[in-house]
Design a binder for this molecule. Structure first.
Ligand code: ADP
Length: 744
């Protein structure tokens, strides 16, 4: 049900309830309130009427008391003087005083004077008799009277107020000579006048009913009818019966109340109608219309596009705040929707991509329900391998394809292995089989565990493996044959090497002996020729050029012989090191002594070369190495020899420094340098950079010095290197481990 209808219905029901309540309440107030007011009014009127009757009786009593306490009356009772009557009690006296009777009675009960008068001016014997009889004793005392006594007498349709006073002197002295009785008829005019005075018609009648004053108090009986409200009160009469005084009022007050209530109800109804209409209009414009607008906008947004717009509600209250909140919410929804769409698209793309990847893989893939063995999904390659259609495989138990193994001994479901890899045979549609490698493992697809089986066709691998096996066997045979050949060759080489070493060794030794003789004789020849023959031949002009040429040739032969000697020595050294026959006489060497010895070997050379400075940097104190002193000297001499040999001017420097736990020797020069491409090769046997023609014959080397140096340094676990720039100079470095505490 719509809020508008609920409000309308609720407002209508509420108004009806309020209006009905008000109607009932006003009716109740009028029925009871106005009735009560009328009853109270009747009671008040009735009491006023009774009060006026009593007042009349009191005044009559006062008048009677005045006559009874008069000396003339007192004497009249005693002397019965007729003069008193004639003077004081003419007929006019009765008319003026509205008296219906006057009795002056002596103490013995005889009336000294008695007179009654009816409205038509005649005597009433009946009234007299009733008065005399009724007042034989003392009458009851008057209510509110000044000691007087009296009552009401009813006779022949008329009520009479009766008072009784004892007759005394004017000073009120007794003894009483009798009593005075006065009666005044309550006439119709008197009652009408009373009614006029109190504003309501008064009636007085005699009741024959047996009324008990305690149950029917005076003024206590109020009766209400539709048209009138009446009240009645009773007064006792002297005959033992009751005079009923009644008042009847028209119910104008209630009618007026009804009219007022009706107007009031109409006004209230109109006011409520206006109020409801106003409230409804207020709700309509301030709430329903805006709510319906909001609802329509939200409905339009909900049923519309995926990117909802914004709702609009004017004003600055809770509804506009709600619209703002809805707009915020819509923004969130739009963002979340976009994110979901993006995610869905990303997932769809991923799935497409995954599907493409799976189908383009050269590996067969099956997803299988582990409980039912039903194939959930299979890729194209698996179908191609088996030669089956997708419909044949997906949704069916394809144990023939997946080949799960023996029941109870399956690796994953039965033996609970996390992964299984095995070589199987895959049956094809043509009835044959192809070798496959099958791997099985568990995967989780959206919370559902599935078996992922991958099938790889290993036909080619198998063929390759078999071919490889054949090749391997062939190779093994070849290797075995080759190994045999190599072993044979090796044996021959070892034998050759031994023979070479032996040859070199013996050849060197055999060469050295005659070479030493040749050198000795050559030097002797050169010396004698220079001393004995050359001075004589120099005097002869013809022989002198030939003698000088002979001397030069002799020097060349000597130089070459010396070089040959060096070559033989180097060969012997190299051969010794190579064959392991070198004797290494290792000892702790003091660095200072080592350098001094090397410097001493080149003192002459340094002195001759005045354009080349020879510098030896003092070594660090206490530095020692453990090595063969002759071999280290051999290295230093070879390096220094090269340095002097290839340096024309500048300096040759020898220094040593501690680098880590090694001693680093440096031999540097400012000579011609070594091209970069030759720097590694100079350590190889017989490698020489510079053309021999560029060097003086006595400077010609053997090309073996650096090779020997490297052999020696390598023997001690060191390294020899060179840094050089052509035209600038070279620096040779080699390292040797420090000895003793130095090494620490
Ligand atoms: P060699 O007996 O010829 O000096 P080495 O083995 O000692 O044989 O040297 C090989 C070659 O390295 C030399 O012939 C020379 O060309 C080059 N060489 C060695 N030391 C130097 C140097 N300090 N300056 C320039 N060239 C050098």
């Amino acid at each position: 049900m719509k809020l508008r209808h609920i409000s309308l219905t609720g407002g209508f029901i509420l108004s009806a309830v309020i209006f009905t309540g008000h109607l009932l309440f006003s009716n109740y107030v009028i029925q009871n309130g106005f009735s009560e007011l009328e009853r109270q009014h009747v009671r008040a009127v009735l009491e006023t009427a009774l009060h006026q009757i009593r007042d009349q009786q009191s005044r009559l009593d006062a008048f009677a008391w005045d006559w009874a306490s008069w000396d003339d009356t007192y004497r009249f009772v005693l002397d019965a003087d007729r003069q008193y009557v004639e003077s004081n009690l003419p007929d006019s006296f009765f008319t003026d005083q509205h008296l219906s009777a006057l009795i002056i009675r002596r103490g013995d009960g005889v009336a000294a004077f008695a007179k009654t008068i009816t409205p038509d001016g005649t005597e009433s014997a009946a009234l007299l008799a009733r008065l005399l009889q009724g007042t034989r004793g003392e009458l009851p005392p008057l209510t509110g009277g000044a000691g007087g006594r009296g009552g009401i007498l009813y006779l022949d349709g008329d009520f009479h107020l009766v008072v009784q006073r004892p007759i005394l002197t004017s000073e009120g002295q007794g003894p009483a000579t009798g009593d005075l009785i006065m009666a005044r008829r309550i006439s119709r005019e008197m009652i009408e006048t009373m009614g006029l005075n109190i504003g309501a018609p008064v009636r007085m009648r005699l009741s024959d009913a047996d009324i008990h004053p305690a149950r029917e108090p005076i003024g206590g009986t109020i009766r209400t009818s539709d048209d009138s409200v009446s009240g009645a009160a009773v007064l006792p009469t002297l005959g033992g019966r009751w005079a009923v005084v009644s008042v009847t009022l028209d119910r104008g007050m209630t009618r007026y109340g009804h009219t007022v209530a009706t107007y009031n109800n109409v006004i209230i109804a109109l006011a409520m109608l206006l109020l409801c209409a106003g409230a409804y209009l207020l709700l309509h414009f301030k709430l329903f219309q805006r709510l319906e607008g909001l609802d329509a906008q939200v409905a339009a947004i909900r049923g519309g596009q995926p990117n909802p717009g914004a709702v609009q509600v004017s004003g600055d209250d809770e509804l506009s705040a709600l619209a703002d909140s809805i707009n915020g919410l819509l923004g969130e929804i739009a963002r979340s929707h976009r994110e979901q769409m993006d995610q869905a698209e990303a997932i769809a793309n991923n799935e497409r991509f995954l599907s493409q990847v799976l189908n383009s893989l050269s590996v067969g893939i099956l997803l299988i329900d582990p409980d039912t063995r039903v194939v959930v999904s299979v890729n194209d390659h698996a179908l191609r391998l088996a030669g089956r259609d997708r419909d044949e495989v997906e949704g069916n138990i394809c144990d023939w394809l997946a080949d799960p193994g023996e029941e109870g001994d399956r690796p994953i479901p039965d033996r609970h292995q996390p992964h299984a890899l095995s070589k199987r045979e895959l049956p094809t549609r043509s009835g044959g089989t192809i070798p496959i490698m099958k791997s099985v493992s568990y995967v989780d697809k959206n919370g559902q565990p599935l078996l992922l089986e991958t099938i790889v066709d290993i036909t080619e691998i198998e063929q390759s493996r078999m071919e490889l096996e054949k090749i391997r066997q062939g190779l093994e045979e070849m290797v075995a044959a080759r190994t045999r050949e190599l072993a044979e060759a090796n044996r021959e080489l070892v034998a050759l090497d031994k023979a070479r070493t032996l040859f070199l060794s013996s050849a060197s030794h055999e060469l050295r002996t005659p070479l030493t003789s040749i050198l000795g004789f050559l030097k002797l020849m050169e010396k004698r020729f220079a001393k004995t023959f050359l001075p004589r031949l120099a005097k002869d002009e013809r022989l002198r050029p030939q003698a000088e040429q002979f001397s030069g040739n002799l020097a060349v032969v000597l130089s070459e012989a010396e070089r040959l000697g060096r070559l033989v020595n180097d060969l012997l050294d190299l051969n010794k090191i190579d064959s392991g026959r070198m004797e290494w006489r290792d000892a702790t060497l003091d660095m200072h002594a080592l350098l001094q010895r090397a410097a001493g070997a080149f003192a002459g050379e340094a002195a001759d070369r005045n354009r080349v400075r020879f510098v030896i940097d003092p070594p660090p104190e206490g530095m020692r190495i453990l090595a063969d002193a002759d071999r280290i000297q051999q290295v230093l001499i070879n390096l220094l020899n090269n340095a002097f040999k290839f340096t024309d001017e500048g300096e040759v420097r020898l220094s040593v420094a501690r680098v880590g736990d090694s001693a680093e020797f440096r031999v540097s020069d400012t000579g011609r340098g070594i091209p970069e491409e030759d720097q590694e090769q100079i350590f190889e046997l017989f490698y020489q950079v510079w053309d021999k023609s560029e060097q003086a014959s006595h400077k010609l080397g053997t090309g073996m010095g650096l090779a020997i140096c490297r052999q020696i340094i390598t023997h001690y676990g060191g390294v020899i290197t060179v840094e050089s720039r052509v035209g600038v100079g070279s620096t040779f470095r080699f390292t040797l481990p420090l000895a003793g505490p130095e090494a620490i």
